[in-house]
Design a protein around this ligand. Sequence first.
Ligand code: M6R
Length: 611
Amino acid sequence: MCGIVGYVGREHRAMDVLLDGLRRLEYRGYDSAGVAILEGEKIEVRRAKGKLINLEGVLRDKPLQGSVGLGHTRWATHGKPSERNAHPHRAGSVVIVHNGIIENYRELREELEAAGCVVASDTDTELIAHLINLGVREGKELLTAVREACARLIGSFALGAMSETDPNHLVAAKHGGSPIIVGQGEKQAFLGSDIPAILPYTREMISLYDGDFALLSEEGVQVVDAEGRPVDREPMTIQWDPVSAERGGYDHFMQKEIFEQPRAITDTIGTRVIESALDLDLDGIEFTREQADALRSISLVACGTSSYACMVGKYMIEQIAGIRCEVDLASEFRYRQPILGPDCMVMPVSQSGETADTLGALREGRAKGARILSVCNSRESTIARESDDVLYTHAGPEIGVASTKAFVTQVVALYLIALKLAIVRGRLSKDEIQARLSELMRLPRLVEETLQIDQHVQKIARRYFKAEDFLFLGRGIMYPVAMEGALKLKEISYIHAEGYAAGEMKHGPIALIDENMPVVVIATQGALHEKLISNLQQVRARDGHVIAIATEGDEKIAEEANEVIYIKDLGDFLTSILATIPVQLFAYHVATLRGTDVDQPRNLAKSVTVE
Ligand code: M6R
């Protein structure tokens, strides 16, 4: 995931500060890097594909010296990883770095090219540089030009800009998911996409709000709104030690990764949604109508959390695209001699791309002639390499052993595939496509809002963390979410937990229910809601404690449950992602209350490369 660093000061130390900051952001993962430094009256840019060591090599050959500059590490979402697509991007005298996604980039590109701008990269970022440059060329100050350019953007962005016409300033802007931090030191100011990037230089920092713009100079930092009116933002004083700085101030990587989910989802949707054309561009993965109609079945294969994402995906693919879909645990797949052929598609789903069982399932599919389309978070991984096509999730590096942001981005990727197949097969009207795409675009914001339940969930965790057994129940698409909730809890808290389809409870697990066995019920609105309420009453009738996850507006649920956690309703499929947030947070808080090693739970490895 991309990282930004910026420096403006008196001494000629920009290059050292920028490289040091980029090193501190390396943990986020990236595939190219670059810096821009004002040397005399000219801004010079150096960029390199791959790791920072490559950029350092370029800088050794062609060093830079100056006191104002920007640096960036890029995790490709828009255009391949390459030197050409690496940031900083230049247009005329303007140079910028950017994190986030510009949704209206196609329209902007057409408009700018029609106005005579020559676009040199495949990125959305370069278009912002051109917009700013148009303003600067009209004689506007950099800050004004940035404000006016940002008013044209739809999407999310955190950016840093500099211009040869305004040599003493950097400008920063923020809108949407990506964070941006500004800090002030003695006769110098700093910019970072994350606190660790600039922590060695200043502990007084301001985290910009959506709609804020900051003007940085050696005199300090001034924050203004979209109209250029000064805004008062209280600086925070950072107390972290260097290790917790890597975790961005969170207590654990898992917690950080839970809170990164809006950004991970935004990056995974990326520019794949073309709302204007009511279509999706899955990074060039092609399905003709004939191919899609000829598909006899899709086999989703994965392990652990990724297999629950597949179960969610099955509901989506079968119901939207109308193609028969099976979910197999990858460890079982090849041993059951699955019936496969060229009219089948096997879809391995994996965060690491290295899980041995999933790789084995992939090879089984390949040996039997099936097309292999994988959903994967790791470029250059074995699963990615051995697939015909890969739809990457852009969760960024997941360090906590318990998978969180990988799961939600896998579900998003599977939704994109279900929609694409449905569009290709002509199964959705224009209104239906429009409605589904707009739901998807609302998802990152609703996940962000859902994360505000954190403290409420923590309070509930305090009441139940001593229990030794939990049951998680759900129906329909919420059944795999219940399974995921149980897995999360057992992985990191070592509490025994089981996920069940709520309708199955009366066929056995009900024998376990008493006042010592809390039951987490995912009771969101949907076709099976009334049936689920009956299941829940069966629990209450046996003195079971019910923690219900329900959709806002469902007042009646409070009469049936001991605790209620409300989430928003985002339709038949995507509410499953919103319902995942409380089960992740619940597992996290229970585990921290029990004092377990949340990020590296006993006996577990992040990537299981053995059968
Ligand atoms: O890297 P993968 O997605 O292939 O990993 C699959 C499972 O090993 C993984 O999801 C595991 O279940 C996690 N620890 C779950 O939190």
